[in-house]
Write a protein that binds this ligand. Structure first.
Ligand SMILES: *Cc1c(COP(=O)(O)O)cnc(C)c1O
Length: 404
């Protein structure tokens, strides 16, 4: 085999469209919750590829599913169905409220499908102008024009005007504000059970119950964006299961493929049947390779042991973070569920989250931000306790740079 082309971090600036500012090292290999860079420096992974690598890196269950399927059939296109996608659809429908699944490749595409479905259901209702979408400030739903417009952070959408219209944003966790804008013309309400990118902010249960009631009253679809909270992240298979509220549509991606790109929109028969042949589609969605990996990852995660393990690790993480914080008083609040944890910086450290993740990298730790003031951790759902300990020790060294 020919020697691979040698590349460095500075080549990113040479050849890549500059929408990212990646760390100054290049990861090349991973195992469990540890990765190594080009210099063979080791890192503990508290980022999990942004809540994606649910089983860590190179987990044998995922590797076997991928390599076995790779020898059989990669792709056929949706003129043919395939066995892995049907198995995955069975798993998802048997274990959730849903009867039907639409597969795609990302969270944005899953939300795009959900919003299009809601518009179609609204149209079919015969109620004039039933196309309004209610969404929340600070929300994140993806980067397609429709989903970025549904998201509640104008800085991500305003440069791309004209935007799709009919989307109304109100304050998150403010039921009265939602009540004021939900009416007969509303076709959907889209909400994250925990705002992830927006700062790891859990929705109040009463807020979600109130949205459910309003959607029922006005015949609007309640869409739960579980792209970040899904597939065991909170210690339940899906976060809605912790709330007593059942959505009409649920979107899932990130952890679903454990690192292989895949997304899905789940819904009930009642709504799914508003889509018919040709109303929506995809080339790659439900591809055998993605579906085989997702099926294996889903089966592994959807067990009492793994889900209980997430809850246990949550407490373990929180205890360690609280101990650290008792000493250093850096975080004003530590919040989240399961292994979606946000550490809100004290006012005096406002805006320093990004610096902290940079220093964490120097100390051998991958961590995330969720806005300028929140350090976020979304590690593997099966991260060993000793890796949590070691990661926290490295975090402590990184935080020491904050004082300076
Ligand atoms: C990451 C995320 C998305 C977008 O997913 P992509 O796979 O990046 O398109 C949508 N919604 C939520 C809640 C997310 O966390």
């Amino acid at each position: 085999m020919e020697k691979p082309i040698s590349v460095t971090r500075s080549n990113f600036n040479d050849w890549m469209v500059p929408v990212f500012a990646p760390a100054n090292f290049i990861p090349v290999r991973g195992e469990g919750s540890r990765i190594w860079d080009q210099e063979n420096k080791e890192y503990i992974d508290f980022a999990g590829g942004i809540a994606v690598n649910a089983l860590g890196h190179a987990h044998p269950v995922a590797v076997n599913a991928l390599t076995e399927q790779a020898k059989k059939l990669w792709h056929v296109g949706n003129g043919y169905t395939n066995e892995p996608v049907l198995r995955l659809a069975k798993q998802l429908t048997e274990n959730t409220f849903a009867d039907k699944v639409f597969f795609c490749n990302s969270g944005a595409e899953a939300n795009e499908a959900a919003l299009k479905l809601a518009r179609k259901v609204g149209l079919d209702s015969g109620v004039a102008g039933k196309s309004g979408i209610v969404a929340f400030k600070n929300a994140f739903h993806g980067r397609t024009l429709f989903t970025v417009s549904a998201g509640g952070q104008p800085k991500y959408s305003q440069d791309f005007a004209p935007l799709p219209n009919g989307i109304n944003h109100v304050a998150f966790n403010d039921l009265d504000a939602a009540k004021a804008v939900i009416n007969e013309q509303t076709c959907a309400v889209i909400v994250e059970p925990i705002q992830g990118e927006g700062g790891v902010i859990p929705a109040d249960i009463e807020f979600l119950k109130g949205l459910r009631a309003l959607c029922d009253e006005f015949g609007a679809l309640l869409i739960f964006d579980e792209v970040q909270t899904g597939v065991g992240r909170t210690g339940s298979l899906y976060a809605y299961m912790n709330t007593g509220v059942i959505p009409d549509v649920l979107t899932t991606a990130k952890a679903l493929g454990g690192g292989f790109p895949v997304g899905a929109m789940l819904t009930t028969d009642k709504f799914a049947l508003h889509f018919s042949v040709g109303t929506h589609g995809t080339t790659y969605g439900g591809n055998p390779l993605a579906s085989a990996v997702a099926g294996a990852v889903f089966e592994f995660i959807n067990t009492p042991e793994v889900l209980e393990g997430v809850k246990h690790r949550h407490q373990y993480f929180l205890d360690a973070l609280n101990t650290l914080n008792a000493e250093h008083q850096i975080f004003e609040e530590i919040r989240g569920q399961g292994l979606l944890i946000g550490c809100v910086l004290q006012a005096e450290y406002a805006g320093k989250a990004k610096d902290i993740t940079t220093w964490a990298g120097e100390e051998g730790l991958l961590a995330l931000i969720a806005g300028p003031d929140v350090v976020r951790f979304t590690p593997s759902l099966i991260i060993p306790e000793q890796d949590i300990d070691e990661g926290i020790a490295r975090l402590k060294r990184a935080l020491a740079k904050l004082a300076k």
